[in-house]
Design a protein around this ligand. Structure first.
Ligand code: F6P
Length: 533
């Protein structure tokens, strides 16, 4: 255990029993432990972080080389060194003047060219210039998985008030139930299928793409004309039969889980139009500028990362709940699961040694207020502490339902307050006394009504869930994951941990079809025997 971690752990032990609420006795805590980025604000004052903790964490970021790695990433260096790739998703949202070099080549002209082609295609689809066999496209089906699904699906749902194009649907799971249910209500003659796959080899996506083509072929003479593709593999999209005019390429320096900003966002662009998509990119860009220029002590992604490191690696809280009080962000937790867990769920440091700490946390969540009626019981009274990340907009998109928005906001604030304050045994006794309980029964009942409190949370507030604000939020989390990865000393941009299962699944396919199972362990053998049809 290196000194930097040990000092933080010792400090955490020394403050562990201190009530968070007591930190508010010092005036101005909420302001001192909040940070603004544009109109968004992150309040991390309801944590056990004090000035000393903050200073130690900021030093941790500095000595871990966050600034140097940040410059290397934006500068096109091959920081994804287990795959020998640069990491330049930020170039996808860079401004019109930007030049971004990797391997001595400015990547921006190609990015702009592809974006312009996407915008032309999008306008043609939306205006009816591009038609299906049955006329104007009414529905778009995006077939992809992981980063080729979670990002665009989450963004499409989040920006529902901005939809003015065809209906957009997503198919990801290899389970035939998914594609059947989606295609059931659609007319093949007015449907456009986008096959979204960085590699164009992912078995789930290619299988679903074949299924969609067969479905379309029953009604449409030349289905390939109603297919578009988004990929880095132009040879493979051509082999699948998709005309190059409807193929939108990108380079291998865009990781799947970071790819929504470019061609993988085509379905989003079709739903909201190229202008609103530009606003989304501008939001991401604004967060990039903030991340690049603000000192660490006022840098939202850096501070959010440090809060994460404090709770997980220092205090030992193994999971983190993301709780958007924004129904349209209901897919955000799933999106963040890939972003955070595929990026930082690793045990080996860049140099091949074992990580000296735990890897990134388990990330999970659901929108409020739904979660309150499901798992908040454990968050409030369970034996493990789950740091919570709340988020809520000042305004909703439904002016007629402002009273409902008020209820939403009050619930969000109430939860973080309840987690921090808790309810003491004496308070619980008073409640039970009022209800008429006495003696042992009063004592027993009161204990069930105690909330330990002192449970940390952060709250991200923003004006309204617009394309710009959503862009800010996603880029905030991307950079948070990056900073945490640098501090942990791992490579946030590879994903070797998904490979073994893929290999074994390929080998199991023929075994399930009747092949020799004897090389498998006893459990797998027995399960294969049960599941064989
Ligand atoms: O298996 C994991 C993964 O490689 C993700 O990283 C990626 O987002 C997903 O599969 C889909 O990959 P592709 O876009 O190449 O189909």
């Amino acid at each position: 255990m290196s000194e930097k971690w040990q000092a933080l752990r010792d400090h955490a032990t020394s403050v562990a029993r201190r009530p968070i609420v007591s930190l508010f006795e010092a005036p101005g805590r909420a302001q001192a432990f909040s940070v603004d980025a544009g109109a968004a604000r992150l309040d991390y004052s309801k944590t056990n972080i004090d000035e000393q903790t903050k200073a130690m964490l900021l030093t941790l970021a500095e000595v871990s080389g966050v600034a140097e790695k940040r410059a290397a990433m934006f500068g096109g260096e091959k920081i994804n060194d287990t795959e020998g790739r640069a990491v330049l998703h930020t170039a996808l949202r860079a401004g019109i003047e930007a030049k971004v070099f990797t391997d001595g080549v400015d990547v921006m002209p190609e990015i702009r060219k592809t974006k312009a082609r996407m915008a032309i295609f999008t306008r043609e689809v939306r205006t009816g210039k591009f038609v299906g066999q049955g006329g104007k496209i009414t529905d778009v089906v995006n077939i992809g998985i992981g980063g080729s699904d979670l990002g665009p699906a989450m963004v499409t749902l989040a920006l529902a008030p901005f939809h003015d194009g065809p209906r957009v649907h997503y198919v990801s799971n290899v389970d035939g139930a998914h594609i059947s249910d989606v295609l059931k209500g659609l007319n093949p003659e007015t449907t456009l299928v986008i096959v979204a796959s960085k590699t164009f080899t992912t078995i789930e996506t290619m299988t679903n793409a074949e299924t969609a083509r067969a479905w379309m072929a029953k009604k449409v003479t030349t289905p390939a004309k109603q297919f578009a593709a988004v990929s880095t593999a132009a040879d493979k999209t051509a082999a699948f039969g998709i005309d190059s005019t409807r193929v939108f390429g990108f380079e291998d320096w865009v990781g799947g889980r970071y790819s929504v900003w470019g061609p993988i966002g085509l379905a989003v662009m079709l739903a909201i139009g190229p202008e609103a998509f530009e606003d989304f990119l501008a939001g991401g860009r604004a967060m990039d500028d903030h991340f690049l220029t603000e000192p660490f002590a006022q840098n939202m992604p850096v501070l959010l990362a440090l809060v994460g490191i404090w709770h997980n690696q220092v205090c030992g809280h193994a999971s983190r709940a993301v709780l958007p009080y924004d129904q349209r962000l209901s897919r955000l937790p799933a999106y963040l699961q890939q972003l955070e867990m595929e990026s930082n769920g690793k045990s080996v440091a860049m140099d091949g040694s074992d990580l000296p700490t735990h890897s990134g946390p388990v990330v999970w969540g659901e929108p409020g207020t739904n979660g309150q009626h499901a798992f908040y019981q454990l968050i409030h009274q369970g034996t493990r502490v789950v740091p919570c990340e709340f988020m809520v907009a000042k305004q909703g998109h439904e002016p007629d339902l402002a009273h409902q928005h008020l209820l939403l906001v009050s619930n969000c604030l109430a939860q973080s307050e309840a987690l921090m304050r808790g309810r003491s045994l004496n308070e619980a006794r008073a409640i039970m006394q009022k209800k008429g309980a006495v003696g042992d029964e009063l004592e027993r009942q009161a204990r069930h009504r105690v909330f330990p409190g002192n449970r940390p949370s952060t709250t991200l507030v923003y004006p309204k869930l617009t394309p710009f604000v959503l862009g800010q939020i996603i880029a905030l989390y991307e950079h948070r994951v990056f900073v945490e990865g640098v501090i942990l000393g791992l490579n946030s941009f590879d994903q070797w941990g998904v490979e073994l299962g893929k290999e074994l699944a390929l080998a199991l396919q023929p075994i399930l079809e009747g092949g020799d199972v004897s090389g498998k362990d006893g459990s797998t053998q027995a399960l294969v025997e049960y599941l064989r049809v």
